[in-house]
Design a protein around this ligand. Structure first.
Ligand code: IPE
Ligand code: IPE
Ligand code: MG
Length: 247
């Protein structure tokens, strides 16, 4: 039986987030440069996006470049930026064909200007699409996002647009870059690292975490199906007892 057939379409997560990790190690295993791994990770992005859209997942968020990744050797950062923009440019047509909207979260102003412009163009060109939102986390880190939200709220208090008393969880969430999407129900990390690396810290308060040893360039539709099947076997209790959930 095909793994895809085991998935219960009625119980899909609305939002899946992925920490795409292991490109460098994948390349090194073959005696190649780390950037070879990044190049081969593009196919995994394509497969995962396709799998998610075909199943009917509404939001897919991919961690593509962290704030901390700026500290990598300049050569690698340059190659990664070029590759990201080349891929976005090349895939925009396919996104439109498949009715997928592109979105980005992160400190986008810190991207090289040409990359920023390309990204904005693709976001604009796909803005009318409704089947799924594909969000790339670029120059993103969760602590940056949270501090950025706090600054915006502080500004609004200063100008009397909001009162400190009116701050609650929903309001705070509305100042995050993810304000127009639900929290992810499932977070996948590839490459065997069991950490979050500054990704969506606020948003994953009750997210199911799934770690796999598969390196990102090896990640295919079947790997996505496995993660979803694992997710569907879990009991999400949100602090309640199992008996309360199953009554
Ligand atoms: C993930 O792969 C891609 C990015 C972080 C941009 P890595 O480049 O981190 O690969 P490893 O973890 O060193 O193998
Ligand atoms: C996390 O991967 C960031 C992305 C996948 C873009 P890293 O490879 O940068 O994470 P750490 O530093 O090993 O935790
Ligand atoms: Mg890594």
């Amino acid at each position: 039986m095909n793994l895809k057939d085991i998935i219960n379409i009625e119980n899909l997560p609305i939002h899946v987030a992925i920490i795409m990790d292991g490109n460098g190690r994948w390349a090194k295993k073959q005696g190649k440069n780390r950037t070879f791994g990044h190049q081969n990770g593009v196919k995994s992005v394509r497969e995962t996006t396709e799998a998610a859209a075909e199943l009917g997942i509404k939001y897919l968020t991919l961690y593509a470049f962290s704030t901390e990744n700026w500290n990598r050797p300049k050569y690698e950062v340059d190659v990664l930026m070029k590759l990201l923009m080349k891929s976005i440019n090349k895939e925009t047509k396919t996104l439109n064909k498949n009715n997928i909207r592109l979105n980005a979260i992160g400190d986008l102003n810190s991207l090289p200007l040409a990359s920023y412009k390309q990204l904005m163009k693709s976001i604009e060109d796909t803005s009318g699409n409704t089947r799924m939102t594909l969000t790339l986390a670029l120059s993103y880190s969760s602590r940056w996002e949270i501090v950025d939200a706090v600054k915006k709220i502080a500004d609004k208090i200063k100008t009397n647009d909001i009162s400190a008393e009116s701050i609650d969880q929903d309001m705070f969430s509305s100042f995050l870059r993810t304000n127009n999407m639900p929290d992810p129900e499932l977070l996948i990390r590839t490459s065997g690292e069991n950490r979050i690396s500054n990704f969506l810290l606020w948003q994953i308060a009750y997210t199911e975490l799934y770690f796999t040893d598969t390196l990102w360039p090896d990640f295919r539709k079947e790997d996505m199906y496995k993660a979803l099947i694992d997710f569907q076997g879990r009991e999400r209790r949100f602090g309640k007892t199992s008996e309360q959930i199953n009554k």
